[in-house]
Design a protein around this ligand. Sequence first.
Ligand SMILES: *Cc1c(COP(=O)(O)O)cnc(C)c1O
Length: 395
Amino acid sequence: MTDSLMATYARLPVAFSHGHGAWLWDEEGKQYLDALSGIAVCNLGHAHPALAEALCEQAGALLHTSNLYHIPLQERLGRQLCQLSGMQRVFFSNSGAEANEAAIKLARLYGHRRGIDTPLILVTENSFHGRTLATLSATGNRRIQAGFEPLLPGFVRVPFDDLEAVRQVAVNEPRIVAVLVEPIQGEGGVNIPTDDYLPGLRELCDQHGWLLMLDEIQTGIGRTGRWFAFQHHDIQPDVLTLAKALGNGVPIGACLARGEAAEVLQPGSHGSTYGGNPLACRAALTVLEQLGLNDLVSRAESLGRHLRAGFEHALKNVNGVVQLRQRGLMLGIELERPCAALVSRALEKGLLINVTAERVIRLLPPLVMDEQQADLLVNTLAPLIRDFLSDEATP
Ligand SMILES: *Cc1c(COP(=O)(O)O)cnc(C)c1O
């Protein structure tokens, strides 16, 4: 069946035909509760009527013209994103990796402008920034890099959530021009840094003239209970990258900047044929509108708390559960041992979850999930976890 495709994915044995909100149906008509949202993409759930209508209308009017011309929808989306984020200018791409590529190019150009010929970007261990050559070089996971050497030079790696390590590097390395970091590491295992980490990075960036570049491709657009995860703190980045939930499934990414960083890219220095085309921008405008109209960002906060309380109760005193990490609707349940097998067990029970960093169950439910569905999620998953851990204990 998949002979025609390159073997890039180890796919689960299921294909979905349609969805509605947090529900999906496979080709045999079996119903599934979606607690992954296509990896933090479908924040509005599936088959959202307002989005479907906007896309149909846009397809009937105009899909694409290229960036050789003005695109009013792109300008409108740019203004709205800047208003929500406190940034000043936007470059639109078609994916997260491309948004980060724009940020990396921007940082290098910023460095060259300051007379640094070999500018370096500080990145962290266990990070994930994408699969293109530049972004996999920035990524802090050897398995994603292996076999693709030579990697792109120009990255300096430090442990995540370690300000002292950043200070040490700063002393010895005058060529650093930027820090690229996820406010919460997603693929790396839902790693939430201590509260002083991002403010501390901001301070170091100010001190040294570095750009603070936040990869909010997974955490952005309401996921953590704020429009952007950095808004949990009293800070502002210089560069912000977005994708995933921005289009709710229609491919679109964005690299936002402010201050000096917003003036670095000029005609001829970067571009994309599709980037920010009318269809993608119409989708993103509708996503922002619907999230706002239904107050779904606060909902991510409250439903996240509800889920956390549910799991804390259901997994209390369960041996083998290391930690529950949660911010908004980004949840990680770290187990003592590798638990990829849980994904198929949940699938059998009609539940879509993900396991990342080998031992962390990652939940990224759509922001439209209701409390009953959230309770179903807890009541389906918690027993699976308990059984899994006791199976392992007595093999
Ligand atoms: C998913 C993700 C990316 C890559 O996005 P693509 O659209 O798959 O290229 C980059 N950074 C983070 C934090 C992500 O979660």
